[in-house]
Write a protein that binds this ligand. Sequence first.
Ligand SMILES: [Cu+2]
Length: 161
Amino acid sequence: MLLLSSHLSHPGSPVDFLHAVLAIVGRWLAAIAALGAWRGATEPGGRRLAAGALGLAGAAVAVSAVAVLTVSGEALRVGDVPVVIAGSQFPANVTVTTGETLHLDNRDLFRHTFTVADTDLHVVLPASTATRAAVELPPGSYDVICDIPGHEHMTAVLVVD
Ligand SMILES: [Cu+2]
């Protein structure tokens, strides 16, 4: 939870964030309750039932942890230009050749966008999801922003050559 709490002051996409936290907390509570039932049960039958509940709750915790920690979405393909977005930061510079594809890997627990100012290139990046986006812009230098309110500090320069 230490890792998660560092995002608590973050104003962006609280729905995504709360959903992720509540899912984890809920499953942990179920696991703790099942553990208590197992320890409190004295009859062999009740104990077996509680052990089963404990196993299911443990599996749910494991699955939810994997779901949150693993980036889903589109896989990196050969020739893609990898761009990792983490801690509400873009890389300072992204260089790409016209026609190439960016692999935008949002590792945060909330949504971002990869928005190239004054162009049609606007990609929504769901939480913990990677998205591929082709760049068909004329050569030049472009300002990249995240257009989520409160994310004005997220900027980068996209160089198309
Ligand atoms: Cu953002």
